[in-house]
Design a protein around this ligand. Structure first.
Ligand code: ADP
Length: 186
């Protein structure tokens, strides 16, 4: 993995609704009609027009993604994706990976160059954050290597614990990349 790719990833602690990026990602449910957690926070901050647009879309299967306007948010767009409920089965990781792949593909198709992800499925859907971070970061790096014009992928974590897990994972990958670089030189 290139260090240029890893430098486009950043994990921050905070509220995703306050970010001024091209798009924020919502960890929605299949109805797309709002819910608790980050979904509720996004609907509250974006305002009632978001719900109207979501109603017109008419739902989203697990692993897929849909795009709406950002309305009252600082972000221009919202990409709604539906994470899997964690059951400890192999299909969980495939579906979570689909969320990242499909959200990023939709971003690319809509001229989005900066995006912020919450920890999809890591709240009420129960996905272990240490497993989820690997999927999130691998999918993001694969996408960035294929699309070098893409600017930035942010991971916005609500809790300090989740933030520390993400930072630790990204830092370890950066160290590995530097060591590999030196091995290639000498
Ligand atoms: P899911 O149903 O996919 O698990 P949740 O909304 O329950 O979705 O949780 C996903 C993650 O989003 C959790 O780690 C939760 O702490 C976090 N979260 C909740 N509110 C916000 C917010 N305003 N900004 C960023 N992350 C948030």
């Amino acid at each position: 993995m290139k260090s240029k790719t890893l430098n486009k990833l950043e994990a921050i602690q905070g509220d995703i609704t306050r970010l001024k990026v091209d798009a924020i990602v919502n960890a929605a449910n299949t109805s797309l009609l709002g819910g608790g957690g980050v979904d509720g926070a996004i609907h509250r901050a974006a305002g009632p027009k978001l719900l109207e647009e979501c109603r017109r879309i008419g739902g989203c299967p697990t692993g897929e993604a849909r795009i709406t306007k950002g309305y009252n948010l600082p972000a221009r767009h919202i990409i709604h994706t539906v994470g899997p409920v964690y059951r400890g089965k192999p299909s969980d990781s495939r579906l979570l990976q689909n969320c990242y792949d499909n959200s990023l593909a939709l971003a690319l198709a809509n001229n989005i160059a900066s995006i912020a992800f919450p920890a999809i499925s890591c709240g009420v859907y129960g996905y272990p954050v240490r497993d989820a971070v690997t999927i999130a970061v691998n999918a993001s790096c694969r996408f960035l290597e294929k699309n070098p014009a893409f600017d930035k992928i942010l991971f916005v974590l609500f809790s300090k614990h989740d933030h520390d897990v993400y930072v630790d994972h990204i830092e370890k990958l950066k160290k590995k990349t530097i060591i590999c670089y030196f091995y290639r030189q000498y």
